[in-house]
Design a binder for this molecule. Structure first.
Ligand code: CO
Length: 134
């Protein structure tokens, strides 16, 4: 069912600093920051030849990634995003197999303007998984 690895998302405590480190030290191509108030994050994307890295910092007091940063003050890996051809078909299939979808179960518009949903990390060995309709 899952296809390409779309991106790996990392939470960082200081997005400007992290973007600069990727640009200066690693020589990466880093996008301009983009705030997504509905998701409570500000993100930059790093384009690699075979995938992307998403760096995220909290946006707003109620950001869902604040607790993550409290547990991991220097930052860390937050989720992996796999592409699927049909997100509703993927959801039905996963739910029939007993996997839990986070939230109300309805796909939302993600950072790339495409439909996404998240699978519970307890069902996938401690890793939060995002599915994105390619
Ligand atoms: Co993501």
């Amino acid at each position: 069912m899952i296809g390409r690895l779309n991106h790996v998302a990392l939470v960082v405590p200081d997005l400007a600093k992290a973007a600069e480190a990727y640009r200066q030290q690693l020589g990466a191509k880093v996008s301009a920051p983009q705030s997504l108030p509905e998701q409570g994050v500000t993100v930059v994307f790093i384009e690699l030849p075979n995938t992307k890295i998403e760096l995220m910092e909290p946006f707003g007091a109620a950001s869902a990634i604040r607790p993550f940063l409290e547990k991991n003050p220097s930052g860390g890996m937050h989720h992996l995003c796999y592409e699927v051809a049909d997100i509703l078909a993927a959801r039905e299939d996963l739910m029939a197999k007993g996997a839990r979808i986070i939230g109300d179960g309805d796909p939302k518009i993600g950072a790339h303007g495409k439909l996404v949903l998240f699978l519970h990390p307890k069902d996938f060995f401690g890793t939060l998984i995002e599915l994105e309709q390619a």
